[in-house]
Ligand binder design. Structure first.
Ligand code: ADP
Ligand code: MG
Length: 322
């Protein structure tokens, strides 16, 4: 199984940021109100995620770390049908195959926590231990047993950039959850629970948050909601274009284009508008795309989504003094 898991890990776990994404998604799926992320050396030495979620019962622990074990509904031909972020039951096993992983968990009704350590895919016996309710996952020495992948790791600063971005996307999608990020003993982010605008302010500054124009529309079964920034906050790249589909971050060229079109005349050329937009639509309106980490999606009726976004923004801009 270890070889299979190492291969699977290659697909899902590319760098420390992928580990953070998978672990934090699990924390969110567990209903956590608070998630604390601590990393050392850009996540290559240590990634620790502590949550206050529902936890895992001792008798379920080994299963949780096993390949293709998921406690979540596996209906999914369609990535977007499932309400939880995870559903393939592959992430933990994949991470455990290429690191030294410790999983410590205590469900609310349990008197003690239980700890399971996996080194390069080999599990140690379960150990009862102290600890608060919730789950702590520690991932040390990522890729220690896969030298080729280790060679592809970049500088601490680059890995930290990817990792921070992964957490930013999750934090934007879940403003009511308290997140912290610590790197090398330094507090990078402390994001107390709040509404969407407060979360944006905490991540990207009050000035930007204050300039946001709120957007809302619903046409048939597609709803659009969120913020776009005043043209003065536009950027030389599209990095601050945050688009979420049914709670997941996505990239979509067509919708980026619609955004540019809506701002046409309001922006200097070569500038990109800033946005935080959440689309909700039935799973059936999005084409199947089950690649574990793909950010691109295919809408069944892309034209409809495009024109709804463009139309909503145009109407808003006509009635707003920019
Ligand atoms: P998936 O999320 O696709 O189910 P994972 O490999 O990410 O697969 O996790 C396997 C299982 O471990 C989950 O289905 C869940 O039952 C359990 N689990 C993992 N992390 C947590 C957590 N932080 N809190 C509670 N349960 C967790
Ligand atoms: Mg998961």
């Amino acid at each position: 199984p270890s070889v299979v898991n190492k291969i699977a890990a290659g697909e899902v776990i590319e760098r420390p940021a992928s580990v953070v994404k998978e672990l934090v998604e699990n924390s969110l799926d567990a209903g956590s109100r608070r998630v604390d992320v601590t990393v050392e050396q850009g996540g290559t030495e240590l990634i620790r995620v502590v949550d206050d979620g529902c936890g895992v019962a001792p008798e379920q622990l080994e299963l949780a770390l096993a390949s293709h074990a998921t406690s979540k509904i596996i209906d999914a031909d369609d990535l977007f049908r499932v309400a939880t972020l995870g559903f393939r039951g592959e992430a933990l096993a994949s991470i455990a195959a290429v690191s030294r992983l410790t999983f410590r968990s205590r469900p609310v009704d349990a008197p003690l926590a239980t700890e399971l350590e996996v080194v390069g895919g080999a599990a140690e016996p379960l150990r009862p231990t102290g600890g608060p309710c919730g789950t702590t996952v520690e991932v040390r020495n990522l890729f220690f047993n896969t030298p080729v992948r280790q060679k592809f790791l970049r500088t601490t600063q680059t890995e930290m950039g990817h990792l921070t971005e992964a957490l930013t996307r999750l934090a934007l999608a879940h403003p009511h959850v308290h997140f912290t990020l610590n790197h090398g003993g330094r507090l990078i982010h402390d994001l107390p629970p709040g509404d969407a605008r407060q979360r944006i302010a905490a991540l990207l500054g009050q000035d930007l948050a204050d300039s946001l124009i709120s957007i809302e529309s619903a046409e048939d079964d597609i709803s659009l909601q969120g913020f776009v920034a005043n043209p003065t906050h536009s950027r030389p790249n599209n990095r601050l274009q945050y688009l979420f589909l049914n709670g997941r971050f996505i990239r979509d060229r067509s919708l980026q284009h619609a955004l540019g079109e809506a701002y046409r005349g309001l922006l200097l050329t070569g500038r990109f508008p800033v946005c935080f937009l959440h689309l909700q639509m039935p799973a059936a309106a999005v084409d199947v795309n089950v690649h574990p980490t793909k950010l691109e999606v295919r809408f069944q009726d892309g034209g409809r989504v495009y024109s709804q976004l463009l139309g909503t923004l145009r109407t808003k801009f006509l009635s707003t003094d920019l």
